[in-house]
Design a protein around this ligand. Structure first.
Ligand code: ADP
Length: 264
């Protein structure tokens, strides 16, 4: 009987082992599939602006080498297009680099007291050309003190949120930027009039490479929000998304305000 039990036990152990191996193989296969999908999506996102730059520049070159007539407006259009696409490419590579730094814990922040009006003004000026025809309204409370933060990084968070607000809202719609102080923290929000976010995705969208599948096929890498989260959390703050009752998404992030004299 003892031998029988021992035999059964070793059979059971062998079965569990085989099961584990099969599971590991399945997980590995899934990871590889995911990596391939990711590589595909990143390559596609890099290639699209790169092809546009190449297209514009080669038209200009062809006209120049063959002595073709090209009016000033067309030349300007081509140059503008090449510049915009090169900027897009730069942002994309910047996103990948930022993500790597955040993951490696190597993102350095330089805190200094910042004026919030200046912060929002700078983000909107930087973003001006990409606003397309969206109208922006700002509400900045008058009682906000200077807040310790890395101006450049937080300005980038704002730009990324503005970028999404434009990407995921209809032409001509309004974007609201608000800043206020509550319970010892600075609150900044960016709200749009787009379709909003499916409730089950409200938290997941901050995950690395997470994207909501949309019928309109707006392209992206799913990195922007996870970078925002990384930057805000390094500052000791929080970031979240909600759907506005009257339609559209609203993103809010906080930065704790240190009382003067408090250690950093
Ligand atoms: P990307 O825009 O490159 O996909 P993000 O990390 O910036 O990456 O955003 C992740 C996902 O969150 C997007 O794919 C989109 O579905 C959703 N999202 C982000 N911002 C908005 C917004 N303002 N309105 C609706 N959905 C949004």
């Amino acid at each position: 009987i003892r031998d029988g039990i021992a035999g059964l036990a070793s059979l059971a152990i062998e079965r569990v082992r085989l099961n584990q191996q099969a599971q590991q193989a399945a997980v590995l296969q899934m990871t590889e599939k995911l990596q391939t999908a990711l590589l595909n999506s990143i390559s596609h996102d890099l290639r699209t602006p790169l092809s546009a730059v190449e297209g514009s520049l080669s038209s200009l070159l062809e006209a120049e080498t063959n002595g073709l007539q090209m009016d000033r407006e067309t030349r300007l259009d081509l140059l503008e297009n090449a510049t915009e696409e090169a900027e897009r490419l730069n942002r994309l590579v910047g996103n990948l680099l930022d993500m790597t730094r955040i993951e490696a814990g190597a993102l350095r922040i330089r805190r200094r007291p910042c004026d919030v009006q200046d912060l929002i003004g700078t983000a909107l000026t930087q973003f001006q050309r990409r606003l397309q025809d969206r109208k922006v309204s700002t509400h900045i409370a008058s009682d906000i003190p200077e807040v310790e933060m890395d101006f450049v990084l937080i300005e980038q968070v704002l730009e990324r949120l503005l970028d999404n607000a434009v990407k995921y809202s209809p032409p001509g719609s309004e974007i609201n930027v608000e800043a206020k102080v509550r319970d010892g923290a600075l609150y900044i929000s960016v709200a749009d009039r787009g379709e909003g976010i499916p409730p089950e995705d409200l938290e997941r969208i901050f995950g690395k490479f997470y994207r909501v599948q949309r019928p309109d096929g707006v392209s992206g890498t799913g990195l922007g929000l996870s970078i925002c989260k990384g930057i805000v959390e390094i500052h000791g703050g929080r970031i979240w998304a909600e759907n506005r009752p009257d339609g559209g998404a609203k993103f809010t992030f906080t930065i704790p305000i240190k009382a003067s004299g408090e250690s950093k």
